[in-house]
Design a protein around this ligand. Structure first.
Ligand code: FAD
Ligand code: PYC
Length: 415
């Protein structure tokens, strides 16, 4: 793989950009692999990359039914933070956030990580107490967060109305090294680096069945033929239930659409990320100037990847008291992604009832931020065949054992 650098850009400028290579190879699907990963989103690609890089396993195919990042990875609002309540969550989200800090250099691909700060507004006394609790937990976990007063909030976000009649701002939980990254660049960066390590990335190929013998996975059926494998990773977010059914087990997952929208581009007016979870709305400004706005998840199960009028109205109505300027903006576009929700709003990472078959799902409304940590943890689990330290608490068995990792407050938009 040719290194991307200022020198490479200058060199190509002198030869009419004729020397760039494909970002990743376009191989044919082989008849067998040591590892098959289903799902070419951020989590699947990161898993393949860390399997190759950290564990030396390079005979891998990532099979994607559409295009890389075409699922939730390319549809999310890119908020990165690690201010969760439970120790297990803080560990994996902070691992991911830490990896994000150096990811552009590691992958030699600009993922545009922007640690501009994430602010979670407290707009009820109940919420304020909840954030004080998370702030205390974060201090013990080594996650750097602090509480802001309403005046400090206003100083950071002058466009905010903090004295609204229904939901005045009572304070905020602030994570200074939280922020955003360019979503599809994360998928492309991992794809390019994984491909360079020998991973076959196969797009436009759907997995339609999972084959097994004596309780052990033997391969997958795809729209391009059967493929044998020793180990299988299912990393398909909103379609996890569908793939689990192919493998013969059920998951405690519900799939719903989560929607977002962007405004027309405007001049820079907000340089942090703000989440207002009581009213179910959040907002940041993209590099292009659009206000990126999202709300709560749909209240019913569905597999649609579209937006809906009532959601736009609900979300914008929720935010307008705190951000009056948005009343003047035009909407540019809206969309939805199918998120995979567990009852405790925490992910499932680990072994499944089918031998050799591993799963990573249940990130729901919050799995963009965790891509590097989750890929790291699933790769270690698949390489060892046993749950790795970061992944161990998130096994499927916790639902049978009643050992929930409740993140319904810290997940923010999930409920
Ligand atoms: P995906 O990116 O969905 O990838 C799964 C892939 O599997 C897809 O590309 C799909 O085509 C493929 N696939 C499915 N079935 C098959 C099959 N049978 N064969 C082959 N391939 C298959 N998280 C945050 O941390 N911060 C946010 O601000 C945030 N905002 C969000 C806003 C919205 C509107 C949405 C929808 C989500 C948001 N999320 C956010 C959540 C985040 O996007 C997801 O948790 C994360 O992207 C999941 O990544 P993934 O790789 O697991 O899934
Ligand atoms: O998990 O921080 C998050 C988030 C924000 C918007 C959607 N998910």
């Amino acid at each position: 793989m040719r290194k991307y650098s200022a020198f490479a850009i200058a060199r190509e400028a002198f030869r009419h950009h004729s020397g760039w290579q494909r970002a990743w190879r376009a191989p044919s699907l082989k008849k067998s692999y040591e590892v098959v990963i289903v799902g070419g989103g951020g989590h699947g690609l990161a898993t393949a990359y860390y399997l190759a890089k950290n564990h030396g396993i390079r005979d891998i195919a990532v099979i994607e039914k559409g295009w890389l990042g075409g699922g939730n990875t390319g549809r999310n609002t890119t908020i990165i933070r690690s201010n969760y309540l439970q120790d297990e969550s803080a560990a994996i989200y902070e691992k991911a956030r830490g990896l994000y800090e150096g990811l552009s250099a590691e992958l030699n691909y600009n993922i545009m990580f922007s640690p501009r700060g994430v602010m979670m507004l407290a707009q009820t006394e109940h919420e304020l107490r909840g954030y004080h609790r998370i702030n205390q937990a974060n201090a013990i976990q080594g996650v750097a967060t602090e509480m802001l007063t309403p005046e400090q909030v206003k100083a950071k976000v002058p466009i905010m109305e903090i004295n609204g009649p229904r939901y005045p701002v009572l304070g905020a939980l602030w994570q200074a090294r939280g922020g955003t990254a360019r979503h599809d660049a994360v998928a492309w960066g991992y794809a390019r680096a994984a491909s360079d390590l020998g991973v076959d990335i196969i797009q436009q190929t759907e997995v339609t069945g999972i084959t097994q013998s004596g309780g052990q996975v033997t391969g997958v059926r795809t729209t391009r033929g059967d493929v044998a494998c020793k180990k299988l990773g299912i990393v398909v977010a909103g379609h996890s239930g569908v793939l689990a059914e192919m493998a013969g087990f059920r998951l405690p997952i519900e799939s719903v659409s989560l929607q977002a929208l962007v405004s027309e581009p405007i001049k820079p007016c907000i340089d942090v990320v703000v989440m207002a979870n009581t009213v179910h709305g959040y907002l940041s400004q993209s590099d292009k100037g659009e206000l990126v706005i999202g709300g709560g998840a749909d209240g019913y199960n569905n597999y649609t990847q579209r937006g809906s009028f009532h959601h736009v109205e609900e979300t914008v109505r929720a935010l307008i008291e705190t951000f009056p300027i948005i009343s003047r903006l035009k909407q540019l576009r809206q969309w939805g992604g199918i998120v995979d929700m567990t009852g405790d709003r925490s992910p499932i990472i680990g072994k499944t009832p089918l031998g050799g078959c591993f799963i990573n799902c249940g990130w729901g409304t919050g799995g963009f931020k965790s891509i590097p940590g989750s890929g790291w943890a699933l790769a270690a689990t698949m390489a060892k065949g046993e749950p790795d330290g970061l992944a161990a608490p998130f096994g499927l068995a916790r639902f049978a054992e009643g050992r929930f990792i409740d993140e319904s407050v810290a997940a923010g938009v999930a409920h």
